[in-house]
Ligand binder design. Structure first.
Ligand code: FBP
Length: 262
């Protein structure tokens, strides 16, 4: 495990990753609510907000847009991904090496692991290569730990999410990103399962400001270190206002009510 206090993607022990790999993972549909968000430039501008500790993108977006932002934004490069056009058992193609990520200026790498999928074994082997190469480059490793596939019916059940955070610890992730398991108690258990590694909550589909901030508050109180969020930020007409509120809840320990009132 890296001494994460040294990583630029961690601020005071907390993390706010702005995820923008949706064009690959979900396709153009995620840009429909605010069509300007199909332009990566707009999202990089949003990522210059102080609250954002890293932007998570795929290689092609980093190559084309990161050079203009490398002084203002920390880069988390995804090293695998799949499109929504893929109809097979959950799997994710490795599309970038940590060495290449480092050449592009990345501070961290991201990897999606579908525990429980028919492809779990190959994915875990691929993760090993990414994780060990990232160590050589002194880059933090963030696992998108999404148990999915085969007979897994409910991927947000508390025991599934606790297993997901444990996979992150066991396989060598510094930070594991999971979906919210539905209650503070379940989140607390999932964070305890992660031991010394950190847990961040996945944002999910767009909710109201209040509903979203209350879930974030609950996750932080339960021991999560922050958030990796996409749609709940970039699908808003005014993402800066929500980032201001998230900064208070994540980094300053404010409640959702306090953040909404200020
Ligand atoms: P959101 O906050 O929009 O959910 O983004 C986080 C994220 O993990 C993205 O990095 C990824 O593209 C997407 O969610 C995957 O979503 P899903 O869980 O629906 O496959």
């Amino acid at each position: 495990m890296l001494p994460l206090s040294d990583s630029p993607i961690v601020r005071d022990g907390k993390v706010l990753i702005l995820a923008y790999d949706h064009g690959l993972e979900h396709g153009p549909v995620d840009f429909e609510p605010v069509p300007e968000t199909m332009d990566p430039e707009r999202v990089f501008e949003v990522a210059t907000h102080d609250a954002v500790t890293a932007v998570a993108v795929q290689k092609g977006i980093a190559e084309a847009y990161y050079p203009s932002y490398e002084d203002d934004v920390n880069l988390l490069l995804k090293t695998n991904g799949t499109s929504n056009l893929w109809m097979g058992e959950h799997d994710s193609a490795v599309n970038c090496s940590p060495e290449y990520a480092a050449d592009l200026g990345a501070d961290a790498v991201g990897f999606t692991l579908y525990g429980g999928s028919n492809h779990e074994v190959e994915m875990a082997e691929e993760f090993r290569e990414v994780q060990e190469a990232a160590r050589e480059e002194d880059m933090a490793v963030v696992m998108w730990s999404y148990p999915r596939g085969q007979g897994l019916k409910n991927d947000t059940k508390p025991d599934v999410i606790s297993y997901a955070t444990r996979l992150g610890l066991e396989l060598g992730a510094d930070i594991t990103k999971v979906k919210y398991p539905g209650s503070p108690e379940a989140m607390e258990h999932a964070c305890a399962m992660a031991g010394k590694s950190k847990v961040v909550m996945s944002g999910g589909s767009k909710a109201s400001d209040r509903e979203f901030l209350e879930t974030v508050e609950s996750a932080i109180s339960a021991g999560a270190s922050g958030l990796a969020v996409g749609r709940n930020v970039f699908q808003r007409e005014n993402p800066t206002a929500l980032l201001d509120a998230l900064e208070e809840v994540i980094f300053e320990g404010a409640s959702a009510d306090e953040a909404l009132a200020s």
